[in-house]
Ligand binder design. Structure first.
Ligand code: ASP
Ligand code: MG
Length: 443
């Protein structure tokens, strides 16, 4: 058995759905389970509709209805699917009406509302696959054992899902059915609809694969895989052949919009490989995500950067060996609700980085009681995702590159994660550093 996940752009129109079916058809012998996102930007449309109902009292599902109905037409599915979807459109309209009257929009209501996107897309896709002679059947994830906590808009799947999902899915597979399952959504123990966070269909797919011990998860996107750098920055960025789960998770946190940050977790537990493929270019090999890399792998897999970072240097004014200094510093940050990204410490000082969007005046006053504080805005974090066991080689080459560019590295962090080496440079230098590092390591 394999799991094939198609994201929003891969099911965005009748044409894309036909294309998806072509891809699925070539792999029917592997007993696929399909996991789908909402069509195109449906999730955004639904959230906008909710906002309009909430703020202006307007109720309209026209845009969502038009997209799905025209897709049914485009796929020449006749009148039955439209009849089947009608109750969902009606329910959606009632829900928006409710929001417009009560003028209340909680996380719980939002999740209920966006769930319609995935529920519509699987129904259309399943009828289309059926029309092509495949024994497909649409399922809402909760029918197949997806149980989550009640942390609406960011729910986590409960342990019991690990047992329940295979109990539901394996018999379907044995019976020769192709389940077409909603990504992104679940229900909590009380029966409320929840979502796993934006982009959460990836997690739905890896969860099915890991709990059912599938051979592989294919994540079909609109890019050729995980790229070695941001293509807007580096012209020669190219898809990476293979990365580890850890590196993929790290990249997701650093904003490479390829996979949901938590999607790797189920795979890490069980070792199911993930293959990221491009549904617009199925011949491209894609990126394989696995437990560990072979000896011959290149030392680094990707380079990312984040601009608009603030560097804070804090030097204790007390004596050496003073205990509790770091605790005091960090409790100040906690007090103002400011989350710290990178940290480097010495005996009497600590440097750390923050997102720029904070007012630091009060905090500075507070910390100044015990330390000298120096705040430097306009910095960037350059992050190298690679094998930290080869850090000497990576650092030597990186610093050499910086030296050639005349760039001073202002802080370094390595070792906290096995795949991430990060350093701070000036904002204005970041693009050149990333380009040169890319040229050195990849070109
Ligand atoms: N449809 C949801 C979103 O747009 C989930 C997903 O695509 O994975 O965030
Ligand atoms: Mg989407």
């Amino acid at each position: 058995m394999i799991v094939m996940k198609f994201g929003g752009s891969s099911v965005a129109s009748a044409e894309r759905i036909r294309y998806m079916a072509d891809i699925v058809k070539t792999q029917l012998d592997k007993s696929p389970v399909l996991v789908l996102s909402a069509m195109g930007d449906t999730t955004d449309y639904l959230l906008e509709a909710a906002d309009r109902a909430f703020k202006k009292g307007e109720v309209s599902v026209d845009r969502v209805e038009a997209l799905h109905l025209s897709t049914i037409k485009g796929l020449k599915l006749g009148a039955a699917p439209e009849r089947a979807l009608r109750p969902l459109f009606d329910e959606l309209t009632s829900l928006l009406t409710g929001i417009s009257l009560i003028r209340e929009l909680t996380g719980r209501t939002k999740d209920y509302l966006v769930s319609f996107g995935e529920r519509l897309s699987v129904r259309i896709a399943a009828s289309y696959l059926e029309s092509r002679g495949i024994k497909a059947r649409a399922f809402d994830a909760w029918e197949l054992g997806f149980v989550s906590d009640s942390n609406f808009t960011q729910a986590e799947l409960l342990k019991t899902s690990w047992e329940k999902i295979p109990q539901h899915i394996l018999p379907l597979i044995r019976a020769g059915t192709l389940p077409v399952v909603t990504g992104f959504i679940a229900k909590d123990a009380k029966g409320n609809i929840t979502t796993l966070g934006r982009g959460g269909s990836d997690l739905s797919a890896t969860m099915i694969a890991a709990s059912c011990k599938a051979e592989e998860v294919q994540v079909w996107k609109d890019v050729d895989g995980i790229l070695s750098a941001d293509p807007r920055l580096v012209k020669n960025a190219r898809p990476v052949d293979v990365v580890t789960y850890e590196a993929a998770a790290e990249l997701a946190y650093f904003g490479a919009q390829v996979l949901h940050p938590r999607a790797m977790q189920p795979c890490m537990k069980t070792g199911v490989p993930v293959l990221v493929k491009n549904s617009y270019n199925p011949e491209a090999p894609g990126t394989r995500i696995v437990q560990s890399l072979g000896k011959k792998a290149s030392p680094i897999q990707a380079i990312t950067s984040r601009k608009n970072v603030t560097l804070v240097d804090i030097a204790s004014t007390r004596m050496l060996g003073q205990y509790g200094f770091l605790a005091e510093v960090f409790s100040c940050f906690a007090k103002y609700g400011i989350s710290v990204d990178m940290v480097a410490t010495s005996e009497v000082s600590v440097s750390l980085t923050l997102d720029a969007a904070h007012d630091l005046r009060e905090l500075k006053k507070d910390i100044s009681r015990i330390a000298r504080v120096d705040i430097k805005a306009g910095k960037a974090i350059v992050t190298i995702i690679g094998d930290v066991r080869r850090s000497s080689e990576i650092l030597a080459r990186s610093f050499n590159t910086c030296e050639i560019l005349g760039v001073q590295v202002q802080m370094v962090s390595q070792g906290a994660s096995k795949v991430n080496i990060s350093f701070i440079v000036n904002d204005a230098e970041a693009a050149d550093v990333v380009k040169s590092l890319h040229a050195d390591f990849f070109e």
